[in-house]
Design a protein around this ligand. Structure first.
Ligand SMILES: Cc1cc2nc3c(=O)[nH]c(=O)nc-3n(C[C@H](O)[C@H](O)[C@H](O)COP(=O)(O)OP(=O)(O)OC[C@H]3O[C@@H](n4cnc5c(N)ncnc54)[C@H](O)[C@@H]3O)c2cc1C
Length: 507
């Protein structure tokens, strides 16, 4: 626990990856930080939790940004941040980002090897071979641009001018691409309806939106970098990332206070000067970064109604129903990939519960489970409204969870026959669980752009309240561990320059 009256240059509300990244970079630069986290542990949607010898990923399990292929710019950010902090994070390369299992027996693994992936896709759609190469080539162009532009804040004029001066053509190209969607770009080259559905699931699997609603620039990061920097799983599970960031913060003298819920952001005359915790203690700072969602920040933590954000100002992504299973290792066959996405019917892939996300991280890191066991982590979209008529902890709630999970397990048996009989431990999380443990409005995956909006319309790090900043997936560029890491970097770089101590470029 932290003491009652601690203050710092910068207070960070929440220890999600966005908040921790900002805190670590500021602290390393000599700007003192104090992180308040409601939970007993760090990481939010990227934390781990333990149960009966298993260590489960609470949410994220597909990780970009750990490549070490010499590429910098806005890529390989985890590698470069941990290098800066002098903290070692071991990772294991994953040969396949996702193995898709789609209607009509269409299955394709997205191999790290770009040629193997494109050849597999072209073998299924030989009439679209050229379109496939052209479309994925567009994503590579975005990747090329981003790999030469240093990460920084788009609100920082000095940063923008220096990037623009050093890369004039690439800056213009990126600005033009930022107005384009992944889906419209795909339709320039591809006409086959089934292949266009595949492009949709390529977007949906991380953006929870179809390709037309997904910015091309975001797609360029995820769907190109998987073939360059690659997908790498941290040894010890997702929680190893926040734990390493916390280590970095402490190494440079920063503080992380757990079980410390912020009840209010203190605002006077349009300017924040600190926070009040639920225990009544007040803590003061020159700047406050909120790592909570935009709805939690402005409708709960800021009490002045003039700053309210209507729920529908953004499209709210749904929440999740998750299954964390400990299973007999024999159920996972030799050569099975770690991450899978299952769609039974294209009509319902983007409806609640329509797509199953699956991972078995023990294939890469067996230390996460007792000997002879594997982890199966599966989840589908869900909404708090579907569960709120049931009292948490009641028999009816428990029975409804069991029944819902049994349906997901039965569908998953399509790729893992015998799964239901191999289970020895089950933990289920409803959207209510997400609301409670992730401390996110309605347990939501976060705000999404509305169809037709471009990526630059995503809120940046400054807010309508002076000295109050935001980092995390409510800000540019959006959801995903690597995306919120970028948001933490850009937030720290903006604040550091304001403090007269600009961040060094991450090498
Ligand atoms: C089921 C699921 C699967 C996912 N899979 C992937 C994946 O495979 N790959 C990927 O890259 N991304 C994935 N994501 C997305 C990714 O995990 C998130 O986008 C990212 O981790 C969000 O980080 P954040 O910085 O916004 O903070 P969050 O993770 O939202 O953390 C915010 C923290 O702030 C704390 N907090 C909130 N309010 C307060 C308060 N008032 N006082 C104190 N503390 C507070 C919370 O307790 C929490 O710890 C997944 C997410 C989920 C839910």
């Amino acid at each position: 626990m932290c003491s009652m009256n601690e203050s710092a240059d910068v207070i960070v509300i929440g220890s999600g990856i966005g908040g921790l990244t900002a805190a670590a970079l500021l602290q390393e630069r000599g700007i003192s930080t104090l992180v308040f986290e409601k939970n007993r542990y760090a990481g939010g949607s990227c934390s781990s939790f333990q149960r009966e010898g298993y260590r489960f990923d609470a949410g994220a399990s597909v990780f970009y940004g750990f490549g070490d292929n010499g590429v910098s710019g806005t890529l390989n950010l985890h590698t470069r941040i941990f290098r800066k902090l002098g903290i070692d994070v071991q990772t294991i390369p994953d040969p396949v980002q996702i193995h898709y299992h789609l209607p009509n027996g269409f299955a394709v693994p997205t191999y790290y090897d770009r040629h193997a992936f494109l050849d597999t896709l072209a073998a299924r759609f030989p009439h679209e071979a050229e379109g496939i190469h052209n479309f994925y080539g567009e994503l590579d162009d975005v990747y090329d641009i981003l790999s030469s532009m240093p990460a920084g804040s788009l609100e920082d004029v000095t940063h923008l001018l220096s990037v623009g001066a050093a890369n004039p053509l690439k800056t213009v190209a990126l600005a033009l691409k930022s107005f384009r969607s992944m889906g419209k770009t795909a339709r320039r080259y591809i006409h086959d309806e089934e292949l266009l559905r595949f492009i949709d699931i390529e977007a949906y699997s991380w953006a929870v939106q179809d390709a037309l609603s997904t910015p091309l620039v975001n797609a360029g990061i995820c769907l190109a970098d998987r073939h360059f920097g690659g997908i790498n799983y941290p040894v010890g599970g997702s929680g190893a990332i926040p734990e390493a960031l916390c280590k970095g913060i402490r190494k440079f003298g920063g503080r992380i206070c757990y079980q410390s819920e912020v009840a209010e952001i203190l605002v006077d005359n349009g300017k924040t000067y600190g926070v009040r915790l639920v225990d009544g203690s007040e803590h003061y700072a020159k700047a406050v970064i909120s790592n909570a969602t935009v709805w939690d920040t402005f409708n709960r933590l800021v009490t002045d109604a003039r700053y309210r954000v209507e729920e529908n100002k953004f499209m709210r992504a749904s929440s999740w129903f998750q299954l964390f299973l400990g299973v007999d290792a024999a159920v996972i066959p030799e050569g099975f990939y770690v991450h899978h996405v299952l769609v039974d019917d294209w009509k319902s892939y983007n409806k609640l519960g329509g797509t199953i996300y699956f991972s078995a991280p023990t294939i890469l890191d067996p230390s996460l489970a007792p000997p002879g066991k594997h982890i199966v982590h599966a989840f589908v979209t869900g909404e708090v409204e579907e569960w709120q008529h049931l009292e948490r902890g009641s028999n009816a709630y428990l029975e409804a969870k069991e029944a819902f999970a049994a349906g997901v397990i039965a569908r998953t048996e399509k790729i893992l026959p015998g799964l239901s009989k191999a289970i020895e431990l089950k933990v289920f999380a409803t959207p209510q669980t997400h609301e409670r443990y992730l401390n996110r409005f309605k347990g939501s995956y976060g705000p999404l752009l509305k169809p037709g909006q471009n990526i630059l319309q995503k809120p940046q790090n400054t807010t309508s309240i002076k000295n109050l900043f935001a980092a995390g997936d409510s800000t540019f560029p959006g959801q995903g561990v690597i995306a919120v890491t970028y948001s933490g970097v850009s937030c720290a770089s903006y604040i550091a320059r304001k403090f007269g101590k600009p961040l060094d470029e991450l090498l």
